[in-house]
Design a protein around this ligand. Structure first.
Ligand SMILES: [Zn+2]
Length: 365
């Protein structure tokens, strides 16, 4: 076990000790799975994105075809990805058995109540800029900054992204490119302010440029910026010596884009796979879950071929980036970077999601 794993295990155990496992599981289920009333008939992308997605077989037993996939997901996740198991739990009436910490706990890591995630340097050239429910990242290059996602709105872009970069000693006016992973408001909401203020190129897939004006479903989202650069599958964005490869990964939305790029830790090279869309807040159908599962397999292959040994998400409960950023900031000389999961660890992340999606698909049959 690395020191981070020990810390995070102690943290999870501490959570479990203060509340009974059953009550904590119930809390997790209530926070994650409480369905809003929905009209009969298929949901639109917009209804699903706003959380009105239908629970798969809520309140019924797990089907025989799904059980092996749930078991495989649990095995692949081990103790490393509790947030992914929480996602997987949404379909499971016996979720209580797993007794996981709530998404709120996972998002905040070891922060005190009311404390905000702090901007942090994760690698020599990669910075974390997070709101409590969603993350943005900045890649620093000799020719400027590539920003990945923009949080919920212009105020967060100004305070958390621009303010955070300044705190970290970087000038936000150097942002040259903004990559938006997909067309939901928590990822594009700050883009219009950034575009107006620093005039970067803003990149999104064609499908999600089209989707984005229709997903203003939360009062705290700002509207998407005007359509700018269109990402093609496998396109490489270059700035200075840095390359970011952008891959189509349909499932979460049809135009979700995921990224592979290089970082270094005290000069030692590592490769990041950043999954652009994770949640199951899309219209549920066996076909859509099959597409999502296939995408996880496809992106896992790309990540493996690239040698990706770091996994990042744009939601902090998935990659535990808040807790890990604190561990990275506080580590002593020679201690490993908490985000380096190894090639096998990155593959297990995708296996967990692949198997969860297959399980959901089986539940729907
Ligand atoms: Zn989304």
């Amino acid at each position: 076990m690395t020191s981070f794993q020990e810390t995070s295990m102690r943290f999870v155990l501490a959570c479990l000790s203060v509340t009974s496992a059953l009550a904590l599981g119930a809390n997790a289920l209530a926070q994650q799975a409480a369905p809003k009333p929905v009209a009969n008939g298929p949901l639109t992308e917009q209804q699903a994105a706003s959380g009105q997605f239908r629970q798969v077989d809520q309140g019924t037993s797990i089907k025989a075809g799904a059980e092996p996939h749930f078991a495989a997901a649990r095995k692949a996740a081990g103790n490393d990805f509790p947030g992914l198991l929480l996602l997987c739990n949404q379909a499971r009436p016996e979720a209580l058995r797993w007794a996981l910490p709530s998404a709120k706990v996972l998002r905040q890591g070891p922060l005190q109540e009311g404390e905000k995630p702090r901007p942090a340097k994760l690698f020599d050239n990669l910075y974390y800029l997070g709101a409590p429910n969603v993350s943005a990242y900045a890649i620093d290059t000799s020719d400027g900054i590539i920003l990945i996602d923009t949080l919920n709105n212009g105020k967060e872009a100004e305070d958390v992204i621009a303010g955070g970069l300044r705190q970290l000693g970087l000038d936000p006016a150097r942002i040259k490119h903004v990559i938006i992973t997909h067309g939901h408001g928590d990822h594009y909401g700050g883009a219009a302010w950034l575009q107006k203020t620093y005039h970067p190129s803003v990149w999104m897939s064609d499908l999600d440029w089209t989707l984005s004006p229709t997903t203003l479903d939360k009062p705290y989202f700002d509207p998407a910026p005007p359509r700018d650069k269109v990402i093609t599958d496998g396109q490489v964005l270059k700035l200075g010596q840095q390359s970011v490869t952008m891959h189509f990964t349909p499932g979460h939305t049809q135009g979700t884009v995921s990224l592979i790029f290089s970082v270094s830790d005290h000069g030692k090279p590592h490769k990041v796979a950043l999954l652009g869309g994770t949640g199951f807040n899309f219209p549920h159908s066996p076909l859509r879950f099959a597409q999502y599962a296939a995408t996880m397999g496809h992106f896992a292959d790309l990540a493996r071929k690239a040698g990706a040994n770091v996994i990042l998400s744009n939601h902090p409960e998935n990659d535990l980036v808040v807790a890990k950023s604190i561990a990275i900031t506080r580590r002593k000389a020679g201690e490993p970077n908490a985000l380096v999961a190894g090639v096998g660890g990155v593959q297990r992340y995708f296996t967990t999601l692949n198997q969860c999606a297959l399980a959901y698909g089986e539940q729907m049959k």
